[in-house]
Design a protein. Structure first.
Ligand code: MN
Length: 232
């Protein structure tokens, strides 16, 4: 009986930090469900990676963001992109937590909603024209994006973003969970190159994962984000 009691008492310590953090917290920020089944992006992105990535990693960013903002009702009321666009006005003691976890929440929210089953190919319309203007051709954009993704040392993202100051599209690498909104730009489409995004299926072959990601891009969703960015 003593043994059973000891085992029960030590149970919480057997849970990893990620598992503990993956328990949903109560708002203000919440994790939306994946907009498709976890296996929808197979064979390009596997179901196990999608489940762990969304349910554990993204949930942890949401929970940690909520924890950081617990005493800051004014900041809780802001849309996440607005909060990250003015990090300088976030109190210094929570700024790094908001940058990392708020960035993680925003980035992943865009990531899930700009992929779909049967995606890939090339965009049509205004986004296609803007990509041709900025990069020469769709193929050249793709190579620019892949090179940016490969150029991220350690963890981070490559983003196709709208630069409102220059009125053009740009491809830029970002470290950790930094976001284009922190530079006054609007993210249109991004690829997560943290190892948690691809290691189970691709191990160290990041380029294979990036090449696979091109096959699941939801260009209609990216075009909608682009239209909104350009009008803002
Ligand atoms: Mn991620």
């Amino acid at each position: 009986m003593a043994l059973a009691a000891t085992a029960a008492a030590s149970l919480p310590r057997l849970l990893s930090a990620a598992q503990v953090a993956a328990t949903p917290s109560s708002g203000p920020f919440t994790l939306a469900p994946l907009p498709y089944p976890a296996d929808a992006l197979e064979p390009y992105i596997d179901a196990q990676t999608m489940t762990i990535h969304h349910d554990r990693h993204h949930q942890a960013y949401v929970n940690n963001l909520n924890a950081a903002l617990r005493e800051h009702a004014d900041l809780q009321a802001l849309p996440i992109a607005s909060l990250l666009a003015k990090l300088d006005s976030v109190p210094a003691d929570i700024r790094t937590a908001v940058r990392n976890n708020g960035g993680g929440h925003l980035n992943h929210g865009i990531f899930w909603t700009t992929m779909k089953k049967g995606g890939g190919g090339a965009p049509r319309g205004e986004l296609a024209s803007a990509i041709a203007t900025a990069f020469g051709s769709h193929d050249q954009w793709q190579e620019t994006m892949a090179r940016a993704a490969m150029g991220v040392f350690g963890s981070g993202w490559a983003w196709l973003c709208w630069d409102p100051a220059r009125r053009t599209l740009a491809v830029e690498p970002y470290p950790n969970q930094d976001s284009p909104v922190m530079q006054g730009k609007t993210p249109v489409l991004g690829v997560d190159v943290w190892e948690h995004a691809y290691y189970l299926k691709y191990q160290n072959r990041r380029r294979d994962y990036v090449d696979a990601w091109f096959h699941v891009i939801d260009w209609d969703a990216a075009a909608a984000r682009f239209e909104q960015a350009r009008k803002a």
